[in-house]
Design a protein around this ligand. Structure first.
Ligand code: HEM
Length: 147
């Protein structure tokens, strides 16, 4: 219950500004693993990572990611209801060439974004609460790779 409060409280302000926070998260992700950028077919003809990150399709993916996080936060009491959706989402990512190993870097990028935007409010218990939620989401998405 404490976890849920921490997550809801921290997402309240973040969730109002999804795109800029998502950009921070994905900038970090491509710093950790530039190869991931190539999985977005529409980024083939953008010059720099920065250009890619500001392309409309890319910002749209960022919006989609943030909406999934938003859904997870609003279903904290009922996460199993998202399982089918997340399994299918995993399947789609398998199809575009994402590897489940990349989820570790995605998680790190999520925490990086939270740390950047929450400052002092980014505490050890808050970090752990988000890690717990993230691991549930990843476990459900990973089902999409199972044969
Ligand atoms: C779709 C890549 C992580 C949510 C896509 C697409 C690509 C992609 C190439 C299809 C094109 C598009 O819709 O823009 C990646 C990569 C990731 C990543 C490389 C990191 C390794 C995530 C995460 C989430 C997410 C963490 C949410 C938790 C979505 C959604 C769609 C999507 C909702 C649309 C699926 C649909 O069309 O129904 N992703 N993605 N992605 N992604 Fe990701």
């Amino acid at each position: 219950e404490k976890d849920k409060e921490l997550i809801r409280g921290s997402w309240e302000s973040l969730g109002k500004n999804k795109v800029p926070h998502g950009v921070v998260m994905f900038s970090r992700l491509f710093e950790l693993d530039p190869e991931l950028l190539t999985l977005f077919h529409y980024t083939t003809n953008c010059g720099s990572t920065q250009d890619c990150l500001s392309s409309p399709e890319f910002l749209e993916h960022i919006t989609k990611v943030m909406l999934v996080i938003d859904a997870a936060v609003s279903h904290l009491d009922d996460l199993p209801s998202l399982e089918d959706f997340l399994l299918n989402l995993g399947r789609k990512h398998q199809a575009v060439g994402v590897n489940t190993q990349s989820f570790a870097e995605v998680g790190e990028s999520l925490l990086y974004m939270l740390q950047c935007s929450l400052g002092q409010a980014y505490t050890a218990p808050l970090r752990q609460a988000w890690l717990n939620l993230y691991s549930i989401v990843v476990a459900a998405m990973s089902q999409g790779w199972a044969k």
